[in-house]
Design a protein around this ligand. Structure first.
Ligand code: NI
Length: 151
């Protein structure tokens, strides 16, 4: 990677990596509830988020890929290809679904945005066609987000 990077920089004059982000939205239900705890303990820790009849959010997902622009296209990654990938691997599986019940890659995990961001990373990382996955950020509300930079 280092040799490739230096060679690329010498050939193109580009000195730093560029970070490219695609934002996608989805709506989903979830609840935060630890089945090993009493209802009282769940409500104490998770408050309204433990509501047994679920609740929903308008989630916003930001997927960032880093790399050097391809000299032929000027792109780090074709953003349309990135959008199609995220729609196929993530959005189609979570939009209008229940994260706890319907989403295979969330099974057996607490449905927090921390765990969701890590799962989204694992689902996308092997399929990024150009550049390297840099981060997965998820907003659960306009004021609350989580960012995962990978293992
Ligand atoms: Ni919630």
């Amino acid at each position: 990677m280092l040799v490739t990077t230096i060679k690329y920089q010498m050939m193109t004059g580009v000195k730093g990596m560029v970070y490219v982000t695609r934002k996608l939205s989805f709506n989903a239900a979830h609840k935060l509830y630890n089945p090993n705890w009493s209802d009282e303990r769940n409500i104490e820790v998770f408050g309204k988020c433990a509501n047994c009849n679920w609740h929903g959010h308008n989630f916003e997902l930001f997927v960032t890929v880093k790399g050097f622009p391809n000299p032929d296209t000027g792109f780090v990654i074709d953003l349309k290809a990135l959008r199609d990938l995220v729609e196929e691997k993530i959005i189609n599986k979570v939009d209008h679904r229940n994260l706890n019940v319907d989403v295979e890659f969330m099974q057996g995990k607490m449905a927090s945005i921390e765990n969701l961001a890590m799962s989204v990373w694992d689902e996308l990382c092997p399929f990024i066609p150009e550049g390297e996955l840099h981060s997965v950020q998820i907003y659960e509300t306009p004021r609350q987000s989580v960012t995962y930079y990978g293992p």
